[in-house]
Design a protein around this ligand. Structure first.
Ligand SMILES: Nc1ncnc2c1ncn2[C@@H]1O[C@H](COP(=O)(O)OP(=O)(O)OP(=O)(O)O)[C@@H](O)[C@H]1O
Ligand SMILES: [Mg+2]
Length: 293
């Protein structure tokens, strides 16, 4: 069942996916959670706010190359001197076969920080852009670089929520303490409504001896902030990025696909969006997994 009618009455949820530690699954979570939400009939925009442009590649988009010659990239929002009209804004929106829209990044995004330092409104550029487009979406998910830099600050100032992926390691708690302190600072100075939606453990491997202990520690320290859904290590997830497909499209019977759907359900619950009546998470033309060999 399509959830979009139920959601459109409420405000668009803007969620920044952040952790200053590299390789913890931020991009993978933005992609697969975004596609899982779109499969619930929700209108989803993914924003690649990382100069590495991994999310853009994961979606198979190459700005400047056919058929994306006229696609504008995120850096141009930061460089634009005046508010963008509707036609200019539409140049940034790239519909994708995965069912989500994308605002793409390329390496030019890395020079934006230098330019931003001289702007008096340096922390609120993205927030203003989001205000002009948020009525078109139920969810906007922003992927950020492994750093609490000005790009991440812009994402956090323009968001309602933060989702923090972590790898289950003993040092992961230290990273969470740091990002929580940054969020408190942002709440106090710029965005009082920013809240942590939760911390999600990714790349969980039951083969590693310490995993269970670390998960227990995270649960004990974080309480309700810790998502009960876990994203396990799944080769289908790694392979899916090489095929420029979400794991839900690449192998929807894989553990990775199931984990991201479970996380999607828990996230909807946390956002207060009822799932009563959902019967299908399939794209048009797909048959249920049970019906396939
Ligand atoms: N559940 C998973 N199972 C297996 N591999 C995974 C899983 N999640 C992520 N990976 C792999 O781990 C690597 C890092 O993931 P990802 O790029 O999402 O992290 P990141 O936090 O966005 O990194 P960065 O900080 O560099 O942006 C990638 O090669 C990805 O394919
Ligand atoms: Mg990334």
């Amino acid at each position: 069942m399509n959830l979009s009618r139920g959601v459109s009455a409420t405000k668009c949820k803007i969620i920044t996916i952040a952790n200053q530690k590299g390789g913890v699954g931020k991009t993978t979570t933005a992609m697969n959670l975004g596609v899982a939400l779109a499969r619930r009939g929700l209108r989803v925009l993914l924003v690649d706010s990382d100069p590495q442009a991994n999310l853009t590649s994961y979606l198979g988009v190459t700005p400047g190359q056919p058929p994306y010659e006229s696609l504008a990239t995120l850096d141009e929002i930061y460089l634009s001197k005046r508010p963008l009209d509707a036609e200019a804004r539409s140049r940034f929106i790239c519909p994708t076969p995965a069912g989500v829209d994308l605002i793409a990044a390329d390496k030019n995004l890395s020079s934006v920080e230098y330019y931003l330092f001289t702007r008096p409104d340096r922390e609120s550029v993205l927030a203003r852009f989001f205000m002009s487009i948020s009525s078109k979406y139920d969810f906007i998910l922003v992927d950020t670089p492994p750093s609490l830099n000005l790009l991440t600050l812009n994402a956090l100032c323009g968001s309602n929520h933060v989702l923090i992926p972590v790898q289950p390691e003993f040092f992961s708690l230290e990273g969470i303490v740091k990002i929580r302190a940054a969020i408190e600072d942002i709440r106090a100075r710029w965005n009082p409504t920013l809240s942590i939606l939760g911390v999600v453990a990714t790349q969980v491997s039951n083969r590693r001896k310490l995993t269970g202990e670390v998960l227990e520690m995270l649960r004990a320290e974080l309480g309700d902030l810790f998502f009960s859904s876990l994203i396990h290590d799944s080769s289908a997830v790694t392979e899916s990025s090489g095929h420029a497909k979400s794991v839900l499209e690449y192998d929807r019977s894989s553990r990775g696909a199931k984990d991201y759907q479970t996380l999607c359900d828990e996230l909807l619950e946390r956002c207060g969006i009822t799932q009563a009546g959902i019967t299908s998470t399939l794209m048009p033309g797909e048959v249920p997994v049970e019906a396939t060999s």
